[in-house]
Design a protein around this ligand. Sequence first.
Ligand SMILES: [Zn+2]
Length: 250
Amino acid sequence: MRHQQVADNVFTVRGTDVNMVLLRDGRDLTLIDAGWYGDAGVLEQSIRELGHRPEDIVAILLTHAHLDHVGALNHLHRHYGTPVYTSETEVAHARGEVHESATPLDVIVRLADPAILAWAARITAAGGLSKNPVPHIQPFPADGPLDLPGNPVPVHCAGHTSGHSAFHLPEHGVIATGDALVTAHPASKTTGPQLLPKFFHHSTEDTLAALRALEGVDAPLVLPGHGRPFRRGIAEAVARARDHAAGLLR
Ligand SMILES: [Zn+2]
């Protein structure tokens, strides 16, 4: 099974080395991020195993427009008309008008590392080499809390990309951090709260600075874009991510 309940009405779905989050309110769902292109089947299956249908997703929220988070958006939009929202700044990135991602060369020069080689093979099989622009994406329909299942509140934390958002779920004590803070990645040698390796960030300096936006949020449960949930709260996660980053700079 690729899905897991992590809090009341909050579920994670494991794609190809990347996480998606489902928020439930009665029959309705919100999806946060959509894995790789090839993860659409896993996502649909997980939704059905939860007793839902893909058309129960009333909206998809995108933390940022990298291929490992955009994956199934177009599939869901095409088949079910699901609207997709991200921050105003991230819209151009998602539409393919600007580019802020690691290049195939960034990965190729690291293929001597067996963990990265194996990961590269998995993501290639999951559609990692295809462009996947989202021309229909729209900016968040409101400032502040969104009137969607789970009542998610976007938290601006630019750096990994220029318009990256996390999503705070105040009623659930949860924050979905996307790639602003992760707990593991095949390209990292350690597990636990950390920033992704430098070559993934549009600006590592800004990613580090953006942790300030996360640490004050009231969220005992952290759901990262990559790696396992962290249950000791976002403040401790941020402190550990800073320590990890300082270790890399030493
Ligand atoms: Zn990612």
